[in-house]
Design a protein around this ligand. Structure first.
Ligand code: HEM
Length: 461
C-alpha cells in the first residue's frame, strides 16, 4: 500500500531564501557566535543582569526585545498569545508552510487532525517501534565499540531520532540515508554558514559555491517527505500520524490541508521532532559520561524496573531517575534556547513600550539558569526532579517545550523516546566523551555543541 499523497515541487530559488539575509533574526544573532566565546548564552545572561527584565536592542534595522522573566513569558505565550505571533523568517525552506509556522484559525485547522497522534494513550503503541530503532542503533554501536572509532554524538542521536519518528509515526523504515540528510540540514541551519554566504556576497568574493551547497542541501531536504510517503509501510498500521495527515488531505472540510501541506507537515516532524530530541539525548549522554555515578544509577534503575524484558509504557513511568536526567538535561541545555514572536500591535511589557513589528525573544535559557528559580543552577542535579523539588518550581521558569497553546505537540512523546533510549543504551554501553571539557555552546536556531560532541563507545561486558 502506498500513500495517496503526491510530491509537489518547489522552485529552486526558494531553497536558499532568508536565513543569510540581514533582516533575519538568525543572521542578526551571529555576533553572539564570535570566535573565542565558549558560551554565548552568558553574554545574554549578563545583559539581563545589567539591564533588567525587558531589554530592547537595536540589531541592524530591527528592534529586538529580550524578555527574561517567567511572568513575561506567560504574558506573551498565554495572556496575549494572539498579539504575539510566530516568527519564521529564514526557516521556510526547512518548515515550508507547516503548522509550526502558522497562526490563528489556519493553525488550528491544521493542528486539530494531527493532535490525536500525540495523545499519551498512543505511547504504548509507539514503544515497540522506538525499541526497534534503539536496537538498530545498538548494533551500530557494537560495531563502533569494536572499531574504537570516535563518533559525533549529535549525528548518532539524530539518526536514531529520525528512525524512531519514521517507524512509530509514519509506519516506515527510513527510506533515506539519515547521515546524508543530517549533514544537508546542518549546512542550512548553521547560522555561521549563512553569515559566510552574505559576507562573501558583500565583498564580491566567489560566494556561489556556498550558496549552491545550501541550495543543494535544501533540495535534498525537499525530496525526503515524498520519499517517506512513497516508501512501503512496515506493517500497514491503521492508526499513524501519516494516516491522519492523508485523511486530512482527503477531507473536503479542510481544503487548506492540501498535498503540499502534507509534505510540509512531514518536513516539520523530521526536523522539529528530531533535532531537538537528538540534542537532548546527546547532552544527556555527555552528562552521563562526566558523572559516571548518574550513569550507574540509570543502569541500576533499568535493571530493577524491566530487567531482561522489553520496557513497556508502565515501565517508562517507573523510570523516575532516568526521566529526571532527561529533564535536567533540558534545563541545562534547552534545545530551543529562545522563543521568538512578532508583536502584531503596539503594547507594553514591564513598563517598556512594545512597537508593532518588534521581534520578541523569550530567553528560556536565562530562566533555566537563574539562581532565583534554581538552587546551584549550573550544577547537573537530576535529583532536583525526583525529590519533589519540582513542586517548588516557579511557573514558566522551565519551558523546554514552550508554553500556552503553541507549546510543543511532541514534548511528552520525546521524553518517552529519550528516557527509553538513555536507559537501554547505557545498560549495554559506556559512551565516553572525549572532546573539550566543558563542551562549548553555539547559539544557532537551536543550542548546539560548538564543534560537536565527540565520543568513543565501549561495550560493557
Ligand atoms: C526534546 C525534544 C523537543 C523539544 C525541546 C521541543 C521544543 C519545542 C518548542 C520549544 C516548541 C514551541 C516553539 C515556539 O513556541 O515558538 C515546539 C513546537 C513544536 N514541536 Fe517540539 N520539541 C521537541 C520534540 C518534538 C517532537 C518529538 C515532535 C514531533 C514528532 C515535535 C514537534 C513540534 C511541533 C509540530 C511544534 C509546533 C506546534 C505548534 O505550533 O502548534 N517536537 N517544540
Amino acid at each position: 500500500m502506498t500513500s495517496t499523497v503526491k510530491q509537489a515541487t518547489e522552485p529552486t530559488s526558494a531553497h536558499t531564501q532568508g536565513l543569510g539575509e540581514e533582516s533575519s533574526i538568525w543572521f542578526q544573532l551571529t555576533p553572539l557566535l564570535k570566535e573565542g566565546i565558549n558560551n554565548p548564552m552568558q553574554i545574554l545572561m549578563q545583559m539581563a543582569e545589567r539591564y533588567g527584565p525587558v531589554i530592547p536592542v537595536n540589531m541592524a534595522n530591527q528592534r529586538v526585545v529580550i524578555l527574561t522573566q517567567p511572568e513575561h513569558f506567560k504574558y506573551v505565550l498565554v495572556t496575549k498569545a494572539d498579539t504575539y505571533t510566530k516568527y519564521f523568517d529564514g526557516l521556510k525552506p526547512i518548515f515550508g508552510k507547516s503548522m509550526i509556522t502558522n497562526d490563528g484559525a489556519l493553525w488550528q485547522k491544521i493542528r486539530m487532525p494531527q493532535q490525536p497522534a500525540f495523545h499519551p494513550d498512543m505511547f504504548a503503541e509507539y514503544i515497540p517501534y522506538f525499541l526497534a530503532a534503539i536496537r538498530t542503533k545498538m548494533d551500530i554501536w557494537s560495531q563502533l565499540a569494536k572499531s574504537g572509532d570516535a563518533v559525533e554524538m549529535v549525528e548518532q542521536t539524530w539518526t536514531l531520532a529520525a528512525d524512531m519518528i519514521c517507524k512509530a509515526l509514519f509506519d516506515r523504515d527510513m527510506p533515506f540515508n539519515p547521515h546524508f540528510v543530517f549533514k544537508c540540514v546542518k549546512t542550512y541551519t548553521d547560522v555561521m554558514n549563512h553569515k559566510e554566504i552574505r559576507l562573501k556576497k558583500q565583498s564580491g568574493e566567489v560566494f556561489e559555491m556556498t550558496e549552491q551547497d545550501a541550495a543543494k542541501a535544501m533540495q535534498v531536504w525537499a525530496s525526503v517527505p515524498p520519499e517517506v510517503m512513497a516508501a512501503d509501510p512496515r506493517e500497514a498500521r491503521e492508526r499513524t500520524l501519516l494516516k491522519m495527515i492523508e485523511a486530512a488531505v482527503a477531507d473536503p472540510e479542510i481544503p487548506e490541508f492540501d498535498q503540499q501541506q502534507a509534505i510540509d507537515e512531514l518536513k516539520q516532524y523530521l526536523w522539529a521532532g528530531t533535532e531537538t530530541t537528538a540534542l537532548t539525548l546527546a547532552w544527556a549522554l555527555y552528562e552521563a559520561s562526566r558523572y559516571p555515578e548518574a550513569a550507574e544509577r540509570i543502569r541500576k534503575e533499568g535493571e530493577q524496573v524491566y530487567g531482561d524484558r522489553d520496557p513497556t509504557a508502565s515501565d517508562y513511568s517507573a523510570l523516575a531517575y532516568t526521566r529526571a536526567v532527561v529533564q535536567e538535561t533540558m534545563r541545562l541545555y534547552p534545545p530551543i534556547w529562545g522563543l521568538i514572536r512578532v508583536a502584531a500591535e503596539d503594547d507594553e511589557i514591564g513598563g517598556t513600550k512594545i512597537q508593532r513589528g518588534d521581534r520578541i525573544m523569550l530567553f528560556a535559557y536565562g530562566a533555566h539558569h537563574n539562581p532565583r528559580f534554581w538552587d546551584e543552577p549550573e550544577e547537573f542535579r537530576p535529583e532536583r526532579w525526583v525529590a519533589g523539588a519540582a513542586k517548588k518550581q516557579v511557573k514558566y521558569s522551565y519551558l523546554p517545550f514552550g508554553g500556552g497553546k503553541r507549546s510543543c505537540i511532541g514534548g511528552a512523546m520525546s521524553q518517552v523516546e529519550n528516557t527509553l533510549a538513555l536507559s537501554l543504551l547505557l545498560r549495554r554501553f559506556r559512551p565516553e566523551y572525549v572532546g573539550k571539557d566543558p563542551a562549548g555552546l553555539n547559539a544557532t536556531v537551536t543550542l548546539t555543541p560548538k564543534g560537536g560532541l565527540k565520543f568513543k563507545i565501549h561495550e560493557l561486558s
